[in-house]
Design a protein. Structure first.
Length: 90
């Protein structure tokens, strides 16, 4: 799948073309505002990994001791950087 970075302004000006390319050419658009990613326009058929599927796959995966240590370290680093989504409806 091809990824294309595009400004929000350019995406708005060429919205129909972006939608058609996403659908027919399997292109994902990363929308930028002031050079920073703010949203994505993705093809509907794109596979998304859900938390439950990831947990089930990890439960069946056997890692060596070194791989398990690396996984634990990567997970700890990710938890420090990533933030939980904010529920704006509360």
């Amino acid at each position: 799948m091809k990824k294309v970075a595009i400004s929000v302004t350019d995406a708005a000006r060429n919205f129909a073309d972006c939608v058609n390319r996403a659908h027919y050419q399997n292109v994902t658009y990363v929308l930028l505002r002031n050079g920073s990613p703010v949203a994505r326009l993705v093809p509907d058929g794109e596979k998304v990994c859900k938390g439950r599927a990831l947990a089930e796959t990890l439960a069946m995966t056997r890692l060596s001791d070194a791989e398990a240590r690396n996984w634990r370290s990567d997970l700890a680093s990710a938890r420090k950087v990533l933030k939980a989504p904010i529920d704006k409806w509360r």
